[in-house]
Design a protein around this ligand. Structure first.
Ligand SMILES: [Fe+2]
Length: 233
């Protein structure tokens, strides 16, 4: 029997772990979060690499309606999903189309109230960094925050010696992973970042999924507060 790739983590929400990528000397796992909306359609955050079995599992949940790019870095696997699901609407940040002119965007993040999933999934734009701004989501029904690169929490077992060193320097080693140093150093408007963090904490999430490393299955709000404490609250 083939192992299931979707792991249910609450009402109408699943995660799927994808292939590992190499990034700045670190081996990073990838993770997508999948939500089934009230109309039965599927919302897919930061798609992991495409494979037929995963696609079938997702199709069994409902038609794939939205492909979500949360920042300008998580675009590696969008094309393959868009090629397989040309009717799915790709939505992403303003600077991504220039970087990936081969992708077709249905919309770009703008006013929150224009999000087609408004009322079911909340969104906060984390801004103030030079390069790493990202859109953070909250699935109300499961009280789940969905982060991308704002917190990284990687196990060191499979890292090279250099990778382990980098993980410690970047501050992203499990179990104490937090915002990567590069991200923190690039903040030019800490007040903007702090405002976003306050909004994120205000959701009162019970769990928080991240894209790289171990995510937070319980006590999410406390975990987020601790790991985002580098910003003044
Ligand atoms: Fe990432």
């Amino acid at each position: 029997m083939v192992a299931m790739q979707l792991e249910p983590i609450g009402p109408n929400i699943w995660v799927a772990n994808g292939t590992e990528i190499k990034f700045m000397g670190l081996l990073l796992g990838t993770r997508s979060t999948i939500v089934r909306l009230n109309d039965g359609s599927v919302w897919m955050h930061s798609p992991v690499s495409y494979n037929c079995d995963l696609a079938t599992e997702i199709e069994n949940l409902g038609p794939i309606r939205y492909l979500v790019a949360p920042n300008i870095y998580h675009h590696f696997f969008l094309k393959e999903w868009q090629d397989h699901y040309p009717n799915a609407e790709l939505i992403g940040p303003h600077d991504l189309p220039a970087k990936r002119p081969d992708l077709t965007f249905a919309a770009l993040f703008d006013d929150l109230r224009c999000d087609p999933w408004f009322g079911e999934i909340d969104r906060v734009a984390f801004t103030g960094s030079r390069a790493f701004d990202e859109h953070v989501f909250f699935h109300r029904a499961s009280r789940t925050v969905i982060l991308t690169d704002l917190i990284v929490n990687v196990r060191l077992d499979n890292q090279s010696t250099l990778g382990r060193l980098i993980a410690h320097i970047e501050g992203v080693a499990y179990p104490n992973g937090r915002t990567p140093l590069l991200y923190r150093l690039g903040m030019r408007d800490r007040a903007a970042g702090a405002k976003a963090v306050a909004a994120i904490l205000g959701w009162g999430a019970t769990q928080a999924v991240i894209s790289h490393g171990e995510w937070f299955r319980e006590h999410a709000t406390q975990e987020l507060r601790k790991r985002l404490a580098w910003l003044p609250l």
